[in-house]
Design a protein around this ligand. Structure first.
Ligand SMILES: [Zn+2]
Ligand SMILES: [Zn+2]
Length: 78
């Protein structure tokens, strides 16, 4: 049985995630998020949604992007 790359749990429903050519095995989404989810460059929280990319940084929301000096970013549709 595959075991989780984060916690080592041996689980028959483990799954694999490939990101940027690297494949990892997880027993849960929680472990996958722990290993793979990016962190907001401003507040440091895990980004589980689409996030906001500005320059080379990624933020959890437009508020954080603006706080870090990104221009012209809005959460609201015009
Ligand atoms: Zn795990
Ligand atoms: Zn943030």
């Amino acid at each position: 049985m595959p075991s989780c790359d984060v916690c080592g749990n041996d689980y028959d429903k483990a799954f694999r995630v490939t990101q940027g050519g690297k494949t990892m095995t997880f027993d849960s989404f929680e472990c996958a998020i722990h290993a793979l989810a990016p962190r907001c460059a401003h507040c440091g929280c895990r980004i589980l949604g689409h996030g906001v990319e500005a320059g080379s940084n990624i933020y959890c929301c437009a508020h954080c992007a603006r706080h870090s000096g990104a221009q012209g970013i809005s959460d609201r549709a015009a």
